[in-house]
Design a binder for this molecule. Structure first.
Ligand code: SAM
Length: 208
């Protein structure tokens, strides 16, 4: 059923982009749906993912139209330009690397630039369980309504891919992420989202 928790939050993430966003980076881009939406804002978008398979699919889906520069690269080892990006996004990908790789992303932000992480966390304890139970019926309703909408109006060619990006179970709990983020990204805001995700927003307030 074509309801995707990451895609569901695209609009929320795009709203965090600064005005006049000229250069953006999407980390762990998968088959590139978010990167293509970012490019639609008029930004020059670099999109990286270590999986050759999903990068090939992302390039196929983008076709010849001007769009993101898709590159096979691993966040743990890639050299990013310092102080360059107005917007950096990581959708369900930061837990594939040690959390402290966010320092490389922080260094790559231009003054005033914004880092957004749509993150996954390990569930543990009654609070997580309560959120999870609340999400289940909403998730079911959303899946049914998206399936019904797609039946009435099928997605056009080139909008979806059969290629599934690699997934990994998150190891860190939300309180651990909050503690590390407070240290590495001072002033960042983190909030829990309904569909087993959190949103982290960090603005680089350093002056050029
Ligand atoms: C759950 S998928 C999410 C894909 C995409 N962001 C989306 O919203 O559909 C996680 C992605 O992170 C990528 N990934 C895994 N390890 C990575 C790393 N070291 N650096 C960057 N991306 C990585 C995977 O290849 C995969 O495409």
């Amino acid at each position: 059923v074509p309801f995707d928790h990451n895609d569901h939050y695209h609009r929320l993430l795009l709203r965090q982009a600064p005005r006049n966003c000229k250069a953006a980076l999407d980390v762990g881009c998968g088959t590139g749906r978010f990167a293509r939406r970012l490019a639609g804002l008029g930004a020059e978008v670099d999109a990286i993912d270590p999986s050759a398979r999903v990068i090939a699919q992302a390039r196929d889906l983008a076709g010849d139209a001007p769009g993101p520069r898709f590159r096979q690269a691993d966040l743990s080892t890639v050299q990013l330009p310092q102080g360059h990006y107005d917007f950096i996004s990581c959708l369900a990908s930061i837990h594939h690397t040690p959390f402290d790789t966010v320092t490389a992303l922080r260094a790559a932000l231009a003054p005033g630039g914004v880092l957004v992480i749509l993150g996954c966390h390990r569930e543990h304890g009654p609070v997580d369980l309560a959120w999870s139970l609340a999400a289940v019926p909403v998730n079911m309703a959303a899946r049914l309504s998206v399936a019904a909408a797609e039946r009435l109006r099928p997605a056009g060619p080139g909008t979806r891919s059969g290629t599934k990006p690699p997934v990994k179970a998150p190891a860190m709990r939300l309180p651990e992420i909050r503690a590390e983020a407070a240290n590495l990204l001072p002033g960042c805001r983190i909030r829990r989202l309904l569909f087993w995700r959190y949103l982290l927003v960090f603005r680089n307030n350093s002056v050029a």
